[in-house]
Design a protein around this ligand. Structure first.
Ligand SMILES: Nc1nc2c(ncn2[C@@H]2O[C@H](COP(=O)(O)OP(=O)(O)OP(=O)(O)O)[C@@H](O)[C@H]2O)c(=O)[nH]1
Ligand SMILES: [Mg+2]
Ligand SMILES: [Zn+2]
Length: 317
């Protein structure tokens, strides 16, 4: 047996695909403690692989190396970039969901990049949304996967950032066009895509599992859609960390009139002033306020003796 490291790229029914550091692909199961609890393995994990060279034993995953970060939704680890995808229309974009995701990315050290898809359906809405996030300092692409518009800029960007084995994933609600974008970038992949439900105007949860595909010297993952319901319980950051997870607040933090400023309505607050000047987007400010109240409530219930755990980040333990 020889022991090597590898990247976990695919998992289905307890069977895993690993890209070994030797360049070979291995299909095997997990062993020992990992086998009992293989939900703990995440795509993107660097795993230890015990490779059977004799043909008599069994090649198996025997361990996981420490992770840079790990998410529950989408279930991935060691991410460098998250391509947060929304549709300009059908389904309507949710800034509440989007901002919860950017906060999680900031906390976990993942660079969020916004992809506003379906620009062919609502060009001006797409531009309005894009401008809010550009103002916040994020990289934004307005694209149409259907019309293949803006795709070249996305691939140039990915080419620059994915080198040296870095991992990026698509993330967003069902039906926004994550798999269609993947197909536009890599036409040979032929990921399955499906129209929205006429009844609910939502996506049909077409993509069911996470899989990493080699892309520009790194990896790109298509992922299943999620919804705000998956993030109703929001305890990925503490109240004290929240303002720091909005990068556009950074120039003003520490300069408010009151040292205990909550940046929501106080006089002499740099963030409230920036909002009034239009330098901070209203929807971003609203998301901050909403999360502030949610986390405040959580801290209060903890203070009141409720033993609910707070400040638990999205890391899988
Ligand atoms: N008009 C228009 N439709 C698009 C565009 N991109 C994707 N679609 C359509 O949107 C529907 C959903 O696309 P998918 O790629 O399956 O969406 P998804 O985000 O992968 O959805 P899940 O796998 O369920 O999470 C399909 O009918 C696509 O043809 C676009 O740029 N413009
Ligand atoms: Mg899909
Ligand atoms: Zn303030």
């Amino acid at each position: 047996m020889k022991e090597i490291k590898g990247l976990l790229v695919k998992g289905l029914g307890g069977l895993y695909e690993i890209e070994g550091e030797d360049g070979a692909r291995y299909t095997c199961r997990a062993k020992g403690i990992l086998k009992k609890d293989d939900g703990k393995l995440l795509m993107g994990d660097t795993v230890l692989l015990s490779v059977d060279e004799s043909g008599k034993g069994e090649t198996a995953i025997t361990g996981i190396l420490p992770r840079q970060n790990a998410l529950i939704r989408p279930p991935l680890s060691n991410l460098s970039y998250m391509l947060l995808t929304v549709a300009a229309r059908d389904p309507a974009p949710s800034t509440v969901l989007l901002d919860r995701m950017t906060v999680i990315c900031e906390k976990e050290g993942i660079v969020p990049v916004l992809l506003v898809n379906k620009c062919d359906l609502a060009g001006s809405e797409a531009e309005a949304l894009a401008s809010v996030y550009r103002k916040a300092g994020y990289t934004v692409f307005t694209v149409s996967a259907k019309e293949k518009e803006g795709i070249a800029s996305v691939s140039t960007f990915l080419e620059e950032v994915l080198q040296e084995g870095r991992i990026a994933c698509f993330a967003g609600a069902s039906g926004v066009g994550k798999s269609t974008l993947m197909n536009a970038l890599f036409p040979t992949l032929q990921r399955e895509t499906r129209g929205l439900s006429e009844k609910t105007a939502r996506g049909k949860h077409t993509t069911r599992s996470v899989e990493l595909f080699p892309a520009y010297g790194g990896w790109l993952a298509d992922t299943p859609g999620f919804s705000l319901l998956d993030f109703v319980r929001f305890d990925f950051v503490t109240l004290g960390e929240l303002a720091g997870c909005f990068p556009e607040f950074a120039p003003y933090l520490g300069a408010c009139r009151y040292t205990d400023c909550t940046h929501r309505s106080e006089d002499g607050c740099g963030i409230v002033d920036a909002l009034a000047r239009g330098d901070i987007g209203q929807s971003r400010f609203d998301s901050y306020s909403e999360l502030f109240l949610l986390l405040k409530e959580k801290e209060k219930s903890l203070y009141d003796g409720n033993k609910k755990k707070i400040g638990k980040c999205q890391v899988v333990e």
